[in-house]
Design a protein around this ligand. Structure first.
Ligand code: NAD
Length: 476
């Protein structure tokens, strides 16, 4: 019997007549049905969050943190089961799904630590007998709109900083991967979190997402997803001048210099591209390799990519990668590789849809002979495909890397300290990884330049995105 989930609003479960079916992308099996929120249900969720917010903000921060810690414990208690849900609905291999679940629990604990560190400032006044206090206050009600690629972690990335700073939240998971979020809500419901502080509404972006983002009752839209949707959300938020935090797409360049530890570069770039089947915003999306080592690098990279074990992770545990999320994702990757090949790129390994009977599988692929104007070097692929372009210098690589509408992350492989420093000065990106794969730390700051977003997440700077600054001038 297929399960039907319900919205979680004001600590209660609410059904909708309209339902959305959720499938396993590895084998097309129907997993569950989720409700499509009507405008009235979105209103109801925002109203519940608004009603709860004043009392929540007055609750001592350390008590708010206690709630986050208890939820983290619940997540750890159910880690194996939650990881299985993520594998089934998203296609992530079991080991990575388990990492995601534990990272989520750790993230809730990490943000809880900030409770005793939220600080204001006392400023020096120009006037005699005047005191200037700068306070950080919650914004109010946050709408958290999630993508499907790290669906479980993204709940915590939005909820934890929102709640610890005194906001309440309405989350809308992606319609591709909503089950883990409703399972998370079930765990929250078993704790003593006050009614209305955390709410989940199901639905598509065009219906439930749009209703949330154009709503005057929302004080911050915290969105992670594609550039196209980010742009639509900005338009929907414009009439209310709603504050935005947008974490959008990337086209991360990986630069391999002639003096690099080639084995390390091959290992790290392959891992970066195979993890989650290349569906990560900060995965290596394009490679620039110095001519002197290009042949050796491309040959080693192709061998490593070709050795990738892939298939249905809900049936076979020890794989490196699973399927792409859906037919549209698969069609996009296949079309981009075909176009690149038509434009003169050489397919060194892979280059085709993998026929495993069912599901959206694509072969791990390396393309050589790529040039700057090719679509494959400019548009986000979001699949296990590495296009490689040969360069003659670090300067050329940096210029090509920066010539992009995206600016999320970048990486560099070199043993030369001056080259690393030059790149970190001149690469115009939110993050640069030197001699390692792309994966950010929770205490860092994950943010992009150009069309990769507005604002950022994680660490102190991510936390303060969920506050506004209120200055009080007090004259004795
Ligand atoms: P998407 O933009 O298609 O969908 C993301 C969410 O937005 C979903 O919940 C969807 O229902 C909702 N949505 C869609 N249309 C909407 C609308 N008009 N109004 C409101 N909500 C709407 O993105 P996706 O395919 O789920 O995720 C993949 C993208 O996310 C990639 O581009 C990837 O790079 C990006 N991403 C970025 C980061 C980051 O931290 N920068 C992290 C993960 C993913």
């Amino acid at each position: 019997m297929t399960q039907t989930y319900q919205h979680y609003i004001a600590n209660d479960w609410h059904s909708s007549q309209a339902l959305i079916e959720v499938y396993n992308p590895a084998n097309a099996q129907l997993l569950a049905r989720i409700p499509q929120a009507s405008d009235a249900q979105v209103d109801q969720a925002i109203e519940a969050a608004r009603k709860a917010q004043k009392a929540w903000a007055l609750t001592p921060a350390i008590e708010r943190a206690g709630h986050l810690r208890r939820i983290a414990s619940k997540v750890r208690e159910h880690a194996e089961r939650l990881a299985r849900v993520i594998t089934q609905e998203q296609g992530k291999v079991p080991a990575l799904a388990l990492v995601e679940v534990h990272f989520t629990a750790d993230y809730l604990d990490y943000m809880a630590e900030w409770a005793r560190r939220l600080e204001g400032e006392i400023l020096t006044s120009d006037r005699v007998g005047e005191h200037i206090f700068l306070q950080r206050k919650p914004l109010g009600v946050v709408a958290g709109i999630l993508p499907w690629n790290f669906p479980f972690f993204l709940i915590a990335r939005k909820m934890a900083p929102a709640l610890v700073t005194g906001n309440t939240i309405v989350i809308k998971p992606s319609e591709e991967t909503p089950i883990n979020c409703f399972e998370f809500a079930r765990l929250v419901a078993e704790t003593d979190l006050p009614s209305g502080v955390f709410n989940v509404v199901g639905g598509t972006g065009a219906v439930a997402g749009h209703a949330l983002t154009r709503h005057p009752g929302i004080d911050l839209i915290s969105f992670t997803g594609s550039v196209a949707t980010g742009s639509r959300i900005m338009a929907a938020a414009a009439p209310n001048i709603t504050k935005l935090n947008l974490e959008l797409g990337g086209k991360a360049p990986a630069i391999v210099l002639a003096d690099a530890d080639l084995a390390l570069a091959v290992r790290a770039i392959t891992a970066s591209r195979v993890i989650n089947t290349g569906q990560v915003c900060n995965c290596a999306e394009r490679v620039y390799v110095e001519r002197k080592v290009a042949d050796a690098f491309i040959q080693q990279l192709s061998t490593a990519m070709a050795a990738t074990r892939y298939g249905d992770p809900s049936r076979q545990g020890d794989l490196d990668m699973g399927p792409l999320i859906n037919q549209a994702g698969l069609d996009k990757v296949a079309q981009m590789v075909r176009t690149a090949s038509d434009q003169g790129a050489q397919i060194i390994t892979g280059g085709a849809v993998a026929d495993l009977g069912a599901g959206f599988h694509y072969q791990p692929t390396v393309l050589a002979g790529c040039t700057a104007q090719m679509e494959i070097m400019r548009k986000e692929i979001f699949g296990p495909v590495l296009p490689v372009q040969i360069v003659d210098s670090l300067e050329q690589a940096i210029a090509l890397a920066n010539d992009s509408e995206y600016g999320l992350t970048s990486s560099l492989y070199t043993r030369n300290l001056s080259a690393a420093l030059k790149a970190s000065r001149e690469l115009d990106f939110g993050e640069t990884y030197v001699n390692r794969e792309n994966f950010e730390a929770m205490q860092g700051f994950h943010a992009g330049t150009r069309k990769s977003g507005i604002g950022g997440a994680d660490g102190k700077h991510g936390l303060y995105e969920y506050t506004h600054t209120h200055v009080v001038y007090l004259q004795e």
